[in-house]
Design a protein around this ligand. Structure first.
Ligand code: MLT
Length: 383
């Protein structure tokens, strides 16, 4: 197996790839492992089977192009959640208290004789607010949002979550003291602090804009560690300038946001801890190898989760369109060869589907070609 890495990746992946050709110089790879490298203008080679993102967001990957070509895109939900949660908590504190401004000001006192007097005289400019008793809105209750919501409850905040797509797993994790709203507008209208944990999609792009910011409570603190484009920076800058938003803290600096009072830009440090980097690399590498070797899919953003233990002589994996009769046509080709299907799983995700067939004998190359030629079949692998 040939695995190309497009970013520096934690050595935690090395052990999993020990039998693979794995480097940043691999040609014609079967799999790609990356962090934030933008693949939008990157050629998708003929043999490329999968792309694994060591992280949660996949907006740097041309997911639709990959899906059409039968290239599975993996991410690692939850693997860096604790690191991001800790940064969000830090930013909530920084949003409430003028620690950064105060600490920067304290540095200007170096060399003065009367430092303690100056500190007591000057500190009034840096008074802040406590988190306890304040209302926090958490937009998006996936792995990170759920952890942030729970931690904020322990800080004494009143927490309200919004997530129309919440998974059963997240719902189970969430502290029963967290309340839920079905109206995003309620978060904007009622919260003192808002933190956002949703992927960047055409639906979420610019969700913080002139209109939604105007609907916010006066003096709201907004924290964004998800993606910069969730926020229209010019609108945010204006809202901060007017005092509507008392502070905006983001992990995604841009030219509009930098150099402004009450906007704190962190250089995309959410997942930058050795623990998170190890977890993400290990999880992404494990998913990639299991897919390349066994055809199993876990945590893909474009194909459904399908996994079976290997139990028979031959495994055939088919990426196909989710259209009627396609499954029966594939099975008819296999049974016309007199081959027993030992186990099978077929799952769909939107317009696309994925099938694993475990067979008691290996089908002939001609029958694999026949499956490949069926309308709606995108890719066929025999393992
Ligand atoms: C993520 O999407 O989880 C982060 O952007 C990961 C990273 O910092 O590489």
């Amino acid at each position: 197996m040939k695995i190309l890495k497009l970013n520096a990746i934690s050595p935690a992946a090395d052990e999993i790839f020990k039998d693979c050709e794995y480097s940043d110089a691999v040609q014609d790879p079967d799999g790609i492992l990356l962090r934030s490298f933008s693949m939008h203008d990157y050629p998708l080679g003929e043999n490329l089977l999968a792309v694994a993102r060591a992280g949660a967001g996949v907006n740097n990957i041309p997911v639709d192009r990959c899906t059409e070509r039968g290239i599975v895109v993996f991410n690692t939900p939850g693997a860096n959640a604790n690191a991001v949660k800790e940064l969000v908590l830090c930013e909530l504190f920084l949003g409430g208290r003028k620690i950064v401004d105060g600490a920067n000001w304290a540095q200007t006192l170096k060399g003065r004789e009367d430092i303690s007097k100056l500190v007591e005289k000057g500190k009034g400019k840096f008074v802040g607010q406590e988190l306890a008793g304040k209302k926090l809105g958490v937009i998006g209750l996936g792995a990170i949002g759920a952890m942030v919501a729970n931690a904020a409850i322990h800080l004494g905040m009143n927490v309200v979550g919004y997530d129309p797509f919440i998974s059963v797993k997240s719902a189970w994790m969430i502290d029963r003291r967290v309340s839920f709203t079905a109206e995003l507008a309620e978060i904007f209208r009622t919260c003192d602090f808002i933190t956002v944990h949703v992927p960047l999609t055409p639906d979420t792009k610019g969700m913080f804009n002139k209109t939604t910011l105007a609907a916010c409570k006066d003096g709201v603190v907004i924290v964004n560690n998800s993606r910069g484009d969730l926020v229209v920076s010019a609108d945010m800058a204006e809202a901060v300038q007017s005092g509507k938003v008392s502070r905006y803290i983001t992990d995604f600096p841009d030219d509009t946001l930098l150099g402004r009072e009450n906007i704190l830009c962190v250089p995309h440090l959410g997942a930058s801890t050795p623990e998170a980097e190890d977890n993400c690399a290990y999880m992404a590498a494990g998913q990639l190898v299991d897919y390349l070797q066994n055809g199993n899919i876990a945590n893909s953003v474009n194909y459904p989760a399908v996994a079976m233990p290997r139990s028979s002589v031959s495994r055939v994996c088919v990426h196909h369109k989710n259209i009627k009769e396609i499954l029966s046509k594939i099975l008819a080709i296999v049974s016309s060869q007199g081959i027993n299907v030992a186990n099978m799983q077929d799952q769909s995700k939107g317009e696309y589907a994925y099938l694993i067939l475990d067979l008691d004998e290996a089908p002939s190359p001609a029958s694999i070609d026949l499956i490949r030629s069926l309308p709606g079949v995108i890719r066929v692998r025999q393992l």
